[in-house]
Write a protein that binds this ligand. Structure first.
Ligand code: GSH
Length: 86
């Protein structure tokens, strides 16, 4: 998956930390804050973070929610309520 980001974004850090906590790797795509055209082309809006999953799903928000699962210590994170990454 790819994480589109700009420097010094705390919203990007929230996603970065969550992915690391879950042991999920991501290719970090550093974008120019003065040129949001790649971000807009991908997600239809200009804010980061934008996460592009391997299946092509695009998630444009950093809101991370978690919920318990039956397996001890496991949980599901939901980014934007749009998609889930286990
Ligand atoms: N609700 C969004 C907010 C995203 C947001 O505000 N991102 C900031 C960076 S932390 C941004 O792209 N701001 C525009 C700018 O810096 O020009 C989220 O939680 O991801």
């Amino acid at each position: 998956m790819k994480l589109y980001e700009i420097p010094f974004s705390t919203n990007v850090e929230r996603v970065t930390l969550t992915l690391a906590f879950k042991g999920l790797g991501a290719e970090h795509v550093l974008c120019d804050p003065a040129d949001r055209s790649p971000i807009v082309a991908l997600s239809g809006q200009e804010l980061v973070p934008v996460l592009e999953l391997d299946d092509g799903t695009v998630i444009a928000d950093s809101l991370v929610r978690s919920g318990p699962e039956k397996k001890p210590g496991a949980f599901t994170i939901k980014l934007s309520g749009v998609s889930e990454i286990r």
